[in-house]
Design a protein around this ligand. Structure first.
Ligand SMILES: Cc1cc2nc3c(=O)[nH]c(=O)nc-3n(C[C@H](O)[C@H](O)[C@H](O)COP(=O)(O)OP(=O)(O)OC[C@H]3O[C@@H](n4cnc5c(N)ncnc54)[C@H](O)[C@@H]3O)c2cc1C
Length: 498
């Protein structure tokens, strides 16, 4: 493991492994419990591949009752549990623990109900994001949030990370598209929140669960909003002589009251990587490329496209190309959607960062990032959801060169500090996980963090669900509210403060 420390595994739990395997097999018969080292190997990492850890045991339940019984057993026996979907998290949220059970939800893969009249679909959490659209598209519907990983990532993981994508600028993130959840708490209690109705009763716990990174409960059923596909969608490629011009254009488009279906930006290294990979027709001489998609009724799209082109020219756009066919529109997006693997071809390794800034700060942040790139001696390719101010700098490094991973992490931390400094936040859509855990103090005071942890304690007082993620210091729940350092001596010195 590189620079990020995890809680010290509990040797007494590891010593009870055989007994735990037997207990889990009694709950999930057949092949639902994996204890063999080679078979567990595929689960040792997620999308943050710099970090690996073999789990104690992997369990793949198929029913809500099994999930409830596994959690209750682990609760009674003080065993940690890490929920897992497809394992594409880029922040290490699904990284296993050596003394923890990894609970894969990928056997929960059925679409349960499609209700066009209520514009809702009820699915199990292991259904892929794209699988929801596939299930409803025959009637002209789709599920709007579209992470680039949508072919693989699960809707359960999307809920846990509050995932976003190209079309979230106009249609909202996961949190804006989830109507209801069924969850199992660590005690084995099954709860239901929201539903097909449009308002929630009592506190908005649904919003709290969305983005809770597997720390509050295990999602076993999801009700999502589905939307009718817009009548028309057209995209325009806009090349700029500088990232600053592109950044200003983004702010001006939004400032003019236009909310595109998607508005994405790439810098020169990303443009070249994508173009070499998929031949999307991007202008190689541009320093920054903006892809703007307008959707809706045809007349409105035509009008808005003309307005966007006008604003682009006023911001020194040197290249403008509007899609004339659906194939061309999809080709424009193909480069952007393949940008991550494309960058993977030009560097042995890369770290994908994720921070959000106020849109107007784009030009300043891009300029500062160039300085940081020089200072850290590492290249960076920028791909980002420009309309949302959500940056995805891809820091290029070579893990085989001693010290480069650490240098890339230090560079990434500086970028996230910069996001906070200009009034932004540490995450956009990839979550905190382990990746940004130790940076939480850059954004939150100790009291803020303790307050957040009190919420965690209300759901999981033994802190058994996904510990070591999100919070930089683990307080014991009983200790919260009574933290007092006397003469420099911390109370509860045995609590891991990693
Ligand atoms: C190439 C690539 C591109 C990506 N592009 C995007 C993008 O455009 N936008 C974006 O937002 N993200 C993107 N991601 C990140 C990732 O795909 C998302 O975070 C996704 O939502 C993770 O889903 P998953 O099923 O893989 O979850 P996992 O990685 O398995 O888990 C992620 C977190 O969710 C928790 N979890 C999973 N299932 C459950 C459940 N049923 N109940 C409770 N907790 C659960 C886990 O404990 C963990 O904390 C990308 C990743 C890759 C590799």
């Amino acid at each position: 493991m590189a620079g990020i420390a995890m809680p010290v595994p509990d040797a007494t739990v590891i010593a009870r492994r055989d007994e735990i395997v037997t207990a889990l097999k009694a709950i999930v018969p057949g092949e639902g419990v994996i204890a063999d080292e080679i078979e567990m190997r595929p689960y040792e990492t997620d999308g943050l591949t710099a970090y690996r850890q073999m789990p104690l045991i992997v369990v793949l339940p198929e029913t809500v009752d099994q999930v409830a019984r596994i959690l209750r057993y682990c609760y009674d026996n003080a065993i940690k549990v890490v929920p897992r979907g497809a394992g594409t998290s880029l922040s290490g949220g699904a990284l296993p623990l050596a003394d923890g059970v990894l609970m894969s939800m990928m056997k929960f893969n059925r679409v349960l109900d499609i209700d066009f009249a209520n514009r809702a679909a009820v699915v199990q959490p292991g259904v892929t994001n794209l699988g929801i659209t596939r299930a409803v598209e025959h009637e002209g519907f789709y599920y709007a949030p579209d992470p680039s990983s949508q072919i693989a990532c699960s809707i359960g993981g999307n809920i846990a990370e509050n995932s976003g994508g190209v079309h979230c600028l106009k249609y909202g993130l996961t949190t804006n598209n989830v109507l209801g959840l069924e969850m199992v708490l660590m005690t084995g209690e099954v709860i239901r929140l929201g539903g097909k109705h449009l308002d929630s009763e009592g506190y908005d716990l649904l919003a709290l669960m969305t983005g809770s990174e597997g720390l509050l409960g295990v999602v076993t059923e999801v009700t999502v909003r589905i939307l009718q596909k817009p009548e028309t969608a057209r995209a325009v490629l806009i090349g700029f002589p500088s990232s600053e011009d592109g950044g200003r254009c983004v702010a001006d488009i939004i400032g003019a009251g236009i909310i595109p279906g998607g508005m994405e930006m790439m810098d020169k290294p990303a443009i070249h990587a994508a173009e070499d990979f998929v031949n999307a027709g991007y202008p190689r001489d541009a320093e920054a490329l903006l892809i703007v998609e307008l959707d809706g009724p045809e007349a409105e799209v035509d009008y808005l496209l003309a307005r966007v082109e006008e604003i682009a020219r006023a911001n020194n756009a040197g290249y403008l190309r509007t899609s004339t066919t659906e194939d061309e529109r999809l080709a424009f997006w193909a480069g952007r959607k393949a940008a991550f693997p494309a960058v993977g071809r030009i560097s042995p390794d890369y770290l994908c960062m994720d921070g959000t800034i106020p849109r107007r700060e784009l030009p300043r942040v891009l300029a500062r990032m160039r300085d940081l790139s020089e200072r850290h001696g590492l290249r960076v390719a920028n791909v980002f959801h420009a309309g949302d101010g959500n940056l995805h700098p891809l820091i290029l490094y070579d893990a085989n060169r001693p010290g480069e991973l650490e240098a890339a992490e230090a560079f990434g931390a500086d970028i996230l500090r910069l996001c906070v400094e200009v009034g932004g936040v540490l995450t956009g859509e990839h979550g905190v996980g382990i990746e940004k855990r130790d940076l939480m103090t850059e954004m939150f005071s100790d009291e803020d963090l303790r307050q957040q942890q009190r919420v965690k304690c209300a759901f999981d007082e033994k802190q058994l669900l996904n510990p070591g993620k999100v919070f930089p210091v683990l307080h014991r729940c009983a200790e919260l509210g009574r933290m007092h350092v006397h003469k420099g001596q911390l109370p509860f010195p045995d609590i891991p403060r990693f």
